[in-house]
Design a binder for this molecule. Structure first.
Ligand code: ADP
Ligand code: ADP
Length: 224
């Protein structure tokens, strides 16, 4: 079965349901796919991502996730980093492991490995205020990966970065995905970014939010 099944999902917002954020959306995502959801502002990308994360419920239709283990199924990365300013880099990355009761020795090992992989080791004890936007977003990606989620959900994670830093983080994300083949759902308003990153690009249009195209990008293509 598909890892994620979105079936006939309609989502209305507003007291009278006057905002039709999504209308009758069907989408199946298979394990290991890197799917980019792309479309103009307001087409329902975030709404769809949040329903996959179980943060929003459909007005009608259903979203089913095929979980394969007892661990966390999804983890989310936001545009605005959302890391805790009063905690160090290492503490931020280790936080979800503290919350799920991972023993301290294992936690320290996993945090150290993630900092190593994300080039954050020199900043282990730094506070977020000392970090550039690119470094801060590395911390939130590392924190999301700490729980080894089956599905990584990303909502415009690189939109606030300058072009050079964006390219670097795009490369890092691709090499992470090529290593572990985790399922990724990545929201962006940039078609360029979607085609660069995704092995599948799902195009949406607004008013009401709908899927208007679904493209497989040949895997062998040069990534850069
Ligand atoms: P996108 O991520 O593609 O920009 P969103 O999913 O954020 O789109 O929004 C889809 C539509 O739903 C937009 O018209 C937006 O204004 C509306 N919307 C999103 N969240 C809410 C909310 N909490 N209350 C009312 N309307 C909302
Ligand atoms: P505690 O509050 O349990 O004594 P610490 O303040 O030592 O924990 O660390 C908090 C979190 O940050 C833990 O998840 C720990 O694993 C992680 N951590 C702190 N410093 C490092 C480091 N240099 N390398 C790896 N993990 C670290």
């Amino acid at each position: 079965p598909p890892k994620i099944s979105v079936e006939a999902v309609t989502k209305l917002y507003g007291r009278k349901g006057e905002v039709r954020a999504l209308e009758n959306v069907d989408l199946e995502i298979n394990e290991g796919e890197f799917v980019c959801l792309v479309g103009p502002s307001g087409c329902g990308k975030s709404t769809l991502l949040r329903m996959i994360a179980d943060l929003h419920y459909p007005t009608s239709g259903s979203v089913k996730i095929q979980a394969s283990g007892p661990g966390l199924t999804t983890a989310m990365v936001f545009q605005n980093y959302s890391i805790f300013p009063w905690k160090t880099v290492a503490e931020n990355i280790g936080l979800p492991l503290e919350v799920n009761g991972t023993p301290k020795a294992e936690r320290v090992d996993r945090v150290a490995a993630l900092m190593d992989r994300m080039n954050l080791s020199d900043f282990a004890d730094a506070l977020p205020s000392a970090l550039s936007g690119g470094m801060a977003q590395r911390v939130s990606i590392a924190r999301a990966l700490a729980v080894q989620p089956e599905i990584l959900l990303m909502d415009e994670p690189f939109a606030a970065l300058d072009a050079q830093m964006r390219r670097i983080l795009q490369d890092e994300l691709l090499s992470i995905w090529q290593e572990d083949q985790r399922t990724v759902v990545f929201v962006t308003h940039s078609l360029e970014e979607a085609i660069l990153l995704g092995d599948r690009v799902v195009v949406m249009s607004a008013r009401p939010g709908k899927i208007i195209g679904d493209y497989r990008i040949p895997f062998e293509r040069p990534r850069r």
